[in-house]
Design a protein around this ligand. Structure first.
Ligand code: GLN
Length: 246
């Protein structure tokens, strides 16, 4: 069995080791004997996004987002078809913002999103920076997601979508409503860098399982020894418990 991952705008949207998420997905699949192909797709490429089981894109600066946004609008139809075909989408920060209706930057630019998800983003003067912990809204009630956030954009979810997690510590989508990221079917967005998946192996496997479901019925991943990953995860959670910071 082969898993195809499309890495969108790896040359432009890549902050805080976001590319590590692709490595984590690839390795966790390979360690289970699943062959993985990773294709990098960038501005001007005419890729058929339905070819991919999983599409990933990272975060970036407002300037880069402007460039990417124009291209993403050209890929819009292909992206929508991919989502319909069950392709799993994971977007971090800058690319998460572009899945919504628009991002109005602090510099006064209005960047049009692809409108895949009912959300919009407004840039704020004070950047929202630091480690963050969120309680996942699915996958078991006690499961937490940890990561690092650094964004000026405040994202607000519309009634058509649900958050990925509830903020336990840090800022999340906007520092106001206690929501972090978005999860709608096979489409995920989050403000958490890290790279996110290295410290959140359960979430990584959840994405892999969803992606493999395009290839095979009821995919089951053999368990891995995640002791190091979980140590890193628990370290961040404990830090917040000790300081009591929200
Ligand atoms: N430029 C966006 C913002 O500041 C995204 C930042 C990021 O991807 N880390 O909100």
């Amino acid at each position: 069995m082969k898993l195809k991952i499309g890495y969108l705008y790896s040359d432009l949207l890549e902050v805080y080791s976001d590319r590590g998420n692709v490595t984590v997905l690839q390795k966790r699949a390979e360690w289970r004997g699943i062959e993985v192909e990773v294709d990098r797709i960038t501005i001007g490429d005419n890729a058929d996004l339905t070819d991919y089981d999983l599409l990933f894109s990272g975060g970036g600066e407002d300037r880069e987002q402007l460039l990417v946004a124009e291209d993403l609008l050209r890929k819009r139809e292909s992206l929508f078809k991919a989502v319909e075909s069950g392709t799993v989408i994971l977007t971090i920060c800058g690319s998460y913002q572009l899945l919504g209706h628009y991002f109005e930057t602090i510099g006064g630019n209005r960047i049009e999103g692809v409108g895949l998800l009912d959300l919009y983003t407004i840039g704020g003067k004070k950047r929202l920076v630091g480690n963050a912990v969120g309680k996942l809204d699915f996958l078991g009630s006690d499961l937490t997601l940890v990561g690092y956030e650094n964004h000026s954009g405040r994202t607000y979810l519309g009634p058509g979508v649900t958050p990925l997690a509830q903020v336990v510590a840090g800022f999340g989508n906007n520092g106001e409503d206690g929501q972090e990221g978005v999860a709608q079917g096979n489409v995920f967005g989050t403000y958490l860098h890290g790279p996110l998946l290295s410290k959140n192996p359960v979430f990584a496997d959840h994405l892999l399982t969803m992606a493999l479901a395009r290839r095979t019925e009821n995919p089951r991943l053999q368990p891995l020894d995640d002791s190091w990953e979980l140590r890193a995860h628990d370290y961040v959670v404990k830090q917040f418990m000790q300081t009591g910071r929200r």
